[in-house]
Ligand binder design. Structure first.
Ligand SMILES: C[S@@+](CC[C@H](N)C(=O)[O-])C[C@H]1O[C@@H](n2cnc3c(N)ncnc32)[C@H](O)[C@@H]1O
Length: 296
């Protein structure tokens, strides 16, 4: 059988699997399927160093934050998954640190996975990454909020950074349930979420505090995020791309309660400042909340 036929055959197999749950691709399949035809490329970085996604689901931070560094430390040489990992920044760092780590990268957008696979190929060619086996990396094209989400084998650790904000309350419940079933017992989740304490949306803070006082369910959920955008002019270029979509802000107590309801034991859930300078986001050092929780 020719190499081309084998690639075609593995494609068909992977797409067939995608009918009932998230489809898994090897590194070569991801390059063929998601990169070689359309050759997507990463947009230019914004003034604070963040690189926008291709699907208007936020942007990628220029530095690694506390939650991500904790995930990399805990997950080294283990079997780990990143949900919503976009262009693969954390994957490249994990594999640079150890070629024995088994890394599965998930995203909702196939172009992001294609770019991640291409970047991985570049690092391998430059000998900056040397994997114990090419099968150590897999690309999972799928949506963590689907009830049909399934993984072949549970993980030691899962990172989900800067994704919760795009989900509705029901989707967050389903995502937590999927994270729980995707982990081994003793495995850990590392979640980084956005709080209302950000310059860009600071007009929402009084409303948020009132909702907390009233005991409202899902106090951080807003139906149209554009209503709360800070129009003071200084960050105009960064808020031009804000969509009319819904948005979820979380805090330490709300995020911790969501994890507990899904069955997790919370090890840590605290506010953390941004790991990079940004006029658009920086407010008072509580811009993000990091949850580290264990499956009993
Ligand atoms: C703001 S980016 C964050 C990327 C990276 N985790 C980081 O922190 O730099 C959000 C990413 O999550 C992905 N995403 C959004 N909703 C998702 C879902 N339901 N399932 C999987 N990925 C999702 C988007 O496609 C996008 O690549």
């Amino acid at each position: 059988m020719s190499k081309k036929t084998i690639v075609m055959f593995s494609w068909i197999l992977a797409l067939t699997i995608s009918c009932d749950f998230a489809a898994t691709f090897t590194y070569h399949q991801a390059l063929e399927t998601f990169y070689k035809k359309a050759k997507p490329s990463m947009p230019a970085a914004e003034s604070d160093g963040r690189t926008p996604t291709l699907n208007q689901k936020g942007a990628i931070s220029p530095t690694l934050d506390y939650g991500t560094l904790s995930f990399l430390e805990f997950g080294k040489n283990k079997r780990i998954l990143e949900v919503g990992g976009a262009y693969g920044n954390v994957m490249l760092e994990a594999l640079h640190q150890s070629g024995s780590t088994i890394y599965h990268l998930n995203d909702l957008d196939e172009r992001h996975l294609g770019i991640a696979a291409f970047r991985l190929q570049e690092k391998i060619d430059q000998r900056k990454i040397c994997m114990a086996g090419l099968g150590n990396v897999q690309f999972i094209y799928g949506d963590i909020t689907q009830s049909s989400w399934k993984v072949k084998e549970p993980y030691d650790a899962i990172l989900m950074a800067n994704v919760m904000r795009f989900l509705t309350p029901n989707q967050i419940d389903q995502a937590f349930s999927n994270l729980f079933t995707s982990l081994k017992s003793g495995g850990r989740i590392f979640i980084i979420a956005m709080t209302p304490y950000v310059n860009r949306y600071k007009s929402f803070i009084p409303e948020y505090h009132q909702r907390i006082k009233d005991g409202a369910p899902n106090p951080g959920f807003v139906k149209n995020i554009r209503h709360y955008a800070n129009n003071d002019g200084k960050i105009q270029n960064q808020i031009n791309n804000i969509t009319d979509g819904h948005f979820m802000f979380l805090d330490d107590i709300t995020l911790s309660n969501l994890a507990k309801s899904a069955g997790f034991k919370v090890l840590e859930c605290t506010f953390k400042p941004l790991s990079y300078k940004s006029e658009s986001w920086e407010l008072d050092g509580r811009e993000t909340v990091v949850l580290i929780a264990e499956k009993p």
